[in-house]
Ligand binder design. Structure first.
Ligand SMILES: [Zn+2]
Length: 378
């Protein structure tokens, strides 16, 4: 009965819950959160039918503003760690969770419906750079908790606008399609099974931490992404848990419109659609101006929802991003007006200010409609 999305009914119960827990709303317990979920709320699919959803902006850009030192990164627990860890942004979910949570909240405040966990490199393969392979599972659980705390707080304030946590699954620093050795094109520094195992561990941490969605992003090698898809399917098959929706986001790295491993956009789309994702899209790389044609193409071929979260333009010589919030929002507004997109936001160099502008600019437009498949043979 409750499942029929009767918002009024839900709200009454939510208010009851809120009164009962006044004062502790900032730190909602597991049990409390389950209760919210029970009475809640629209699913992400419900929300996607109604409007264009907003995904958050860059985590790294915001972490830089804190000007953290090596000691800050280490915290108490890793103060004697045998290698430098400054720059291991994912580690902050364990050593400085209040900073990560505060950044999430800034994006939620700016209007983000979906926030990404700070787990871009939280796999045993990527963590090997810091000799922290054994932390991979824990990092994902901790990151999911930071994002969950922040989203729960905002959803509790306004159950009409539920906020979702997307577990971010990055591309890895080793590729399956390309050789790192120019003299030996057949060489690979990692195997498909190793990639699958690393992603499987990441997925189990994210799911145990309570994410709503799994987001495979910044895909420049489709075979790595296939490893992630396989790991996700394997995880849900083996555990018997209900499958979470999967978002897939590729990255076009050159003007000819190909991924780093050489696929055209259509080939990339065809390669991953067997995963039946919630959405497919593009992020990062060349910025909104260069992304436009690719998003238009994707919107014409995709049978699922379309996402787009570009960088704030191209970085300058100092590696900084100059594109202003108004400029990024202007590009994305046109995509919304044309009906290309369902989920928009920002990648490298974007800030809560960018996200706020994007949210303000697209809210007057209807989301892209899903294509209706033809069932008759001609
Ligand atoms: Zn990026």
């Amino acid at each position: 009965m409750i499942a029929a999305s009767c918002v009024l009914y839900l709200l009454i119960h939510f208010q009851k819950y809120k009164r009962a827990t006044q004062g502790t709303i900032n730190r909602i317990t597991d049990a409390g959160f389950k209760k919210i979920k029970w009475y809640s709320m629209k699913s992400i699919r419900d929300c996607l039918q109604e409007r264009i959803l907003i995904i958050d902006g860059a985590m790294g850009t915001m972490i830089q503003r804190y000007k953290l030192t090596e000691a800050d990164y280490r915290g108490e627990r890793f103060k004697d760690w045998h290698s430098d860890v400054k720059g291991n942004n994912d580690l902050l979910c364990i050593t400085q969770p209040q900073i990560i949570e505060a950044i999430h909240k800034q994006y939620l405040e700016a209007g983000a419906d979906i926030i990404e966990t700070n787990t871009f490199s939280s796999t045993a393969i990527a963590m090997a750079d810091y000799d922290m392979q054994s932390l991979a599972y824990e990092l994902n659980v901790a990151a999911a908790a930071c994002a969950r705390n922040a989203t729960n707080e905002f959803t509790a304030k306004d159950p009409y606008k539920p906020r979702f946590v997307a577990g971010a699954i990055g591309p890895l620093n080793k590729t399956l399609s390309l050789s790192p050795d120019v003299n030996n094109p057949g060489f690979r520094s990692v195997t498909f099974d190793e990639v699958v195992d690393a992603y499987y561990e990441q997925v189990s941490g994210l799911v145990d931490g309570g994410v709503d969605i799994l987001l495979i992003e910044t895909i420049f090698d489709t075979l790595n992404a296939k490893g992630a898809i396989y790991a996700i399917k394997k995880y849900f098959r083996e555990t018997g848990k209900p499958e979470l929706p999967v978002m897939i986001s590729g990255t076009i790295t050159d003007a000819s419109g190909r991924t780093l491993s050489g696929q055209t956009l259509e080939a990339f789309y065809t390669s991953v659609m067997h995963a039946k994702p919630l959405s497919i899209g593009l992020n990062c790389a060349l910025g909104a101006k260069e992304m436009r044609g690719h998003i238009e193409e994707l919107s014409q071929i995709a049978s699922c929802y379309v996402s787009a979260y570009p960088n704030a333009g191209l970085p300058n010589a100092m590696g900084e991003y100059d594109e202003q919030p108004e400029q990024t929002a202007h590009f994305i507004e046109e995509w919304a007006e044309q009906g290309f997109v369902n989920i928009v936001g920002g990648c490298c160099g974007t800030t809560p200010d960018h996200i706020k502008h994007i949210a303000d600019h697209v809210k007057k437009f209807e989301p892209r409609q899903l294509p209706i498949p033809e069932t008759e043979l001609v």
